[in-house]
Ligand binder design. Structure first.
Ligand SMILES: [Zn+2]
Length: 403
């Protein structure tokens, strides 16, 4: 995140909080993987500032996305951290309700719990830890057992965000306990769960067939099922990808994969060119490769405008419909397609700039293939040029023990 944008948002928030004092408690809805230019740990910085405003005695509870890279500072600044327990995420409301419950308990009973954070020397792409499948399913299933113990308030497993190159990027376990004696029990439980995760580190893998780009397209073309969804996983806009790498489109055209949709490619210039042309007219465009010039390059196409509004355009190029977007946005439900006149059930192949499919897309996909495409969210993390993550760390380093 740009430093100026972060500071403006943070300071407005702190001003409003200051003018609301005194408060009984603070609930923060955070993510946990915010990296700020020149500051680093966004959530650590924000919670430190909130703690300074409200003082040491006011309870602070924060929710996290399980893809956050938690720092010791964040764990210290907040009384209770509680994270999502499903990926793909389906439990946002439940997590917020749980957090509100913790905050009310802190206020009513006068307790001030604290977090024990154990960071594992392990990084995982989110696609390797879908919580409906092993090993994540049974590991997340352990959280409820931990919380049954007296004095234990909450427990979380953080998968982390492998595409942020920071010193706090890792899988971690958080157990929140109340009081001194429960604090040491919280540590035992957190370490025990961390050891279980470590033992199973090699089992984490994508739950769907994972193929190189050409193989993914060829398999989808031959498949009996329709629609087949192909995740352009290297350029996943929900994980930090630029969203304009047009390589899967280039391969679809080259392999003659008709009845296909690419949803979508970010290219405001192309969207405005289409907006000036009439529906049904032919346009020549140079698509994509403008934001991410490391992994992509622009490609030249000629197509017919099928839909055009100030935000989105659809052009058809040799049987491939290309959705062009004016800003980063993910196609995470059937509704998004319908708005641009595409019924995904009528198409053979749908390419989305996602990793794992979101719940609503999962419901309409007859088959799902993960393409190992290039981009800033490459699943081939062993080949990314990490500079700041702790070392040793699995799977970048393999022959070492974790204690
Ligand atoms: Zn997430």
């Amino acid at each position: 995140m740009e430093r100026g944008a972060y500071l403006a948002l943070r300071d407005e928030f702190l001003d409003r909080l200051s003018s609301s004092l005194p408060v009984d408690g603070v609930l923060l809805n955070l993510h946990g993987a915010m990296e700020v230019e020149g500051i680093g740990d966004g959530e650590g910085d924000l919670t430190k500032a909130v703690r300074e405003v409200v003082g040491g005695e006011v309870p602070i509870v924060a929710t996290l996305d399980l893809h956050g890279n938690v720092s010791h500072e964040l764990a210290r600044n907040v009384n209770v951290l509680t994270a999502l327990r499903t990926a793909p995420h389906r439990d946002g409301e439940r997590t917020t309700e749980r957090a509100v419950g913790h905050l009310v308990k802190c206020v009513e009973e006068g307790i001030r719990p604290s977090n024990t954070l154990v960071k594992l020397p392990l990084i995982l792409p989110g696609e390797f830890a879908v919580t409906d499948v092993e090993p994540a399913r049974s590991l997340y299933g352990r959280l409820a057992d931990l919380e049954k113990e007296k004095g234990i308030i909450d427990a979380s497993i953080m998968i982390g965000c492998a595409w942020a190159d920071t010193s706090r990027t890792s899988v971690s376990v958080i157990v929140c306990g109340e009081g001194e004696e429960h604090g040491s029990r919280a540590r035992e439980l957190a370490e025990g769960l961390a050891r279980e995760i470590w033992k199973r580190r090699s089992e984490f893998a994508p739950e769907v067939e994972t193929l190189k780009v050409d193989e993914a397209i060829e398999k989808a073309m031959k498949a009996k099922e329709r629609p087949v969804f192909i995740s352009d996983s290297g350029d996943n806009v929900t994980a930090g990808g630029a969203g304009d790498v047009p390589i899967v489109l280039e391969r679809l055209l080259s392999l003659g994969a008709t009845e296909s949709v690419v949803a979508g490619i970010i290219d405001p210039e192309a969207v405005s060119t289409c907006a000036k042309a009439r529906k049904g007219s032919r346009v020549r465009l140079r698509i994509g490769g403008k934001l991410d010039r490391v992994n992509g390059y622009p490609i030249d196409v000629t197509g017919v405008v099928k839909h055009s509004d100030p935000r989105i355009a659809v052009i058809e190029v040799d049987g491939v419909e290309v959705v062009l977007l004016s800003s980063r946005w993910q196609f995470a439900s059937a509704k998004g397609f319908q708005e641009v006149g595409i019924n995904p059930l009528d198409r053979k192949i749908i390419v989305v700039k996602l990793g794992y499919l979101f719940p609503e897309i999962r419901d309409i996909a007859r088959r799902s293939i993960m393409a190992l495409s290039p981009g800033f969210t490459s699943l081939d993390i062993g080949r990314l040029p990490y500079e700041r993550v702790m070392r040793p760390i699995f799977p970048l380093d393999k022959d070492f023990e974790f204690n």
